[in-house]
Write a protein that binds this ligand. Structure first.
Ligand code: F6P
Length: 548
């Protein structure tokens, strides 16, 4: 394995560097469009319900061909096929990477160590559907016989961001007579605010944790249990009606006091940040119902199949991954903005931050060698149009190159009033206007022609050439959400493969966890903690002094 060449040593990498300096030293989108009148039509690809326009990128046909050659040389397609086959491509944890099996059809056969995992996936989905149906109908009651009105998911990272994001995205499809809350932060304020106005007799807690050892989740779940029992007179039997667990770890679930009959399982071949279409999605399934949940899985599957089988030139996750590599490694772009023009996608970028940054925030390659090339970008963004009045100034006129995804929908959600639906055109006009302004800017001549005084011309000039991908879907449906998430999952995969890093481990989270455990006794018990550095020791002393 150690003879795997570093990506930067491959001739395909050098070819891209030469292409960047020789053919596109100062790429100009006005010129690229003038040179190719069909660019707006040719640089469009489709997958499922998504229309992806990449014409406003700083690329030519040659760039795309060279990037594809890099993907071939770095074995992206071989690694993709190994992932879909269930091979242990997460080498540092010796695990298969099979989130795609979570959305496989019932009759599919996907083996891990010789065992077909698909029947187990569907068995859990069926149990989830049964349980979700009983909660939604009121058949599943709390300890006192009252029906469940509130569902509180307790989890963090992949056990929170996915269901919390998808619940917001699909709010229009949710059971409006139920309240859903998502608690993640070990700051007690999170749980306090989530339950302060709820009746324990009507509240179901879903404790979501792949490992069931995560300190934030176990701490919050313990406090939730105390809150429940004190509200219901202390009868321990209440726990069974008000707590269910989502986990791979039956032993720890039972140690915590949750009956494993109330546990929905998933498997170690599902990474936390790839897990909300597993049992981790139970709160979402209760919210939108099992049928809509399955529609979402179908959406994931459309993009999985496309990624697995589409030729390179029309393979959307491949293309988006390659465009990201182009800016990250050949333009020194440090970040990538995801800018959805939908209020419902308010948590979408936060979700993608974990997906992308926990996956590709690595600085050693798969063989353990330090990388000498840039890996994952900083992913950020919030919904338009809000960001336009905050940080878009920096994108337009700052000094950084920030590639961005603009995501929009042709139709507003059905339940809006006619008056609010009419606002949708204004929303989308802003998306299109931003794409145009970012790409083509405004030249000094154009500014002067408007009669702007000469001393103001530089301030009002927009250099343009800020690359964007525009993703347009007809409507925000469960299937479209599944398609979007799978698209980004596979994009992240492509980039990790090219950078030769393990996109499926997250050792970088560990050190902070271990140190927090070590520091805690110093704060709570005033105990001496050996080995604290002088700065942290002084901070701890100052904290202790002030908390008296
Ligand atoms: O942040 C690290 C991490 O391991 C994530 O990958 C994961 O999604 C999160 O913690 C929560 O872990 P668990 O589901 O085991 O509680």
């Amino acid at each position: 394995m150690s003879d795997v060449p570093e990506p930067t040593r491959r001739p395909e990498w050098a070819a891209l560097e030469n292409h960047r300096t020789d053919a596109l030293p100062q790429p100009d989108l006005r010129e690229l469009f003038a040179a190719d009148p069909s660019r707006a039509q040719r640089y469009v690809v489709h997958v499922g319900d998504l229309r992806i326009d990449y014409s406003k990128h700083l690329v030519t046909d040659d760039t795309l061909a060279l990037l594809t050659e890099l993907a071939t040389a770095t074995d992206v397609f071989a690694l993709r096929d190994a992932m879909f086959r269930g091979e242990r491509i997460n080498t540092t944890e010796d695990r298969a990477v099979l989130h795609t099996a979570l959305r496989a059809p019932r009759d599919a056969v996907i083996e891990v160590d010789g065992e077909n995992v698909v029947p187990a996936v569907h068995a859990v989905l069926d149990r989830m559907a049964d349980f979700a149906g009983r909660v939604r109908s009121g058949e599943w009651t709390g300890h006192t016989g009252k029906r469940i009105r509130n569902v509180v998911n307790i989890g963090i990272g992949g056990s929170d961001l996915g269901p919390a994001m998808a619940y917001e995205v699909l709010r229009a499809y949710t059971a409006r007579d139920l309240t859903f809350r998502f608690v993640s932060n070990v700051d007690g304020a999170d749980l306090h605010e989530a339950v302060r106005d709820l009746d324990p007799a009507e509240t179901l807690f879903i404790v979501a944790s792949k490992t069931f050892t995560t300190i934030e989740t176990i701490t919050n779940a313990t406090s939730a249990r105390t809150w429940l029992l004190s509200g219901l007179g202390g009868d321990e039997k209440a726990v069974a009606r008000h707590f269910v667990a989502l986990s791979t770890n039956a032993g720890k679930v039972s140690d915590f006091g949750i009956d494993t009959a109330n546990m929905f399982e998933f498997w170690d071949w599902v990474g936390g940040r790839y897990s909300y279409d597993s049992a981790i999605g139970l709160s979402l399934m209760i919210a939108i119902g099992p049928d809509r949940f399955r529609e979402m899985l179908d959406g994931f599957r459309v993009v999985d199949e496309h990624f697995r089988t589409a030729p390179a030139e029309s393979n959307v996750p491949l293309l988006l991954g390659l465009l990201g590599v182009w800016y990250n490694n050949f333009f020194d772009a440090q970040s990538h903005a995801v800018l959805p023009y939908s209020h419902y996608l308010s948590k979408f970028t936060a979700y993608l931050q974990q997906l992308d940054m926990e996956s590709n925030g690595k600085s050693v390659d798969r063989q353990g060698r330090p990388v000498t090339w840039q890996t994952g970008p900083v992913v950020w963004g919030t919904p338009g149009t809000n960001g336009q009045h905050a940080y878009y100034q920096l994108i337009h006129q700052g000094t950084k190159l920030i590639p961005a995804d603009l995501i929009g929908f042709a139709r507003p959600v059905a339940e809006l009033s006619d008056e609010l639906k009419a606002q949708h055109d204004l929303l989308m006009a802003n998306l299109f206007a931003q794409g145009q302004a970012l790409a083509f800017g405004k030249t000094a001549e154009e500014v002067r022609a408007e009669g702007v005084p000469e001393e103001q011309v530089p301030h009002r000039t927009f250099r343009g050439n800020h690359p964007t991908t525009t993703i347009l879907a007809t409507e925000l449906t469960p299937s479209v959400l599944g398609q979007l998430i799978a698209l980004y999952e596979h994009k992240v995969f492509v980039q990790g493969a090219i950078w030769n890093i393990d996109s499926f481990d997250q050792w970088g989270v560990e050190l902070g966890k271990v140190l927090a455990k070590r520091v805690e006794p110093a704060l709570t018990e005033g105990a001496d903690v050996p080995g604290l550095d002088p700065s942290t020791a002084a901070l701890v002393a100052a904290y202790r002094e002030r908390r008296k």
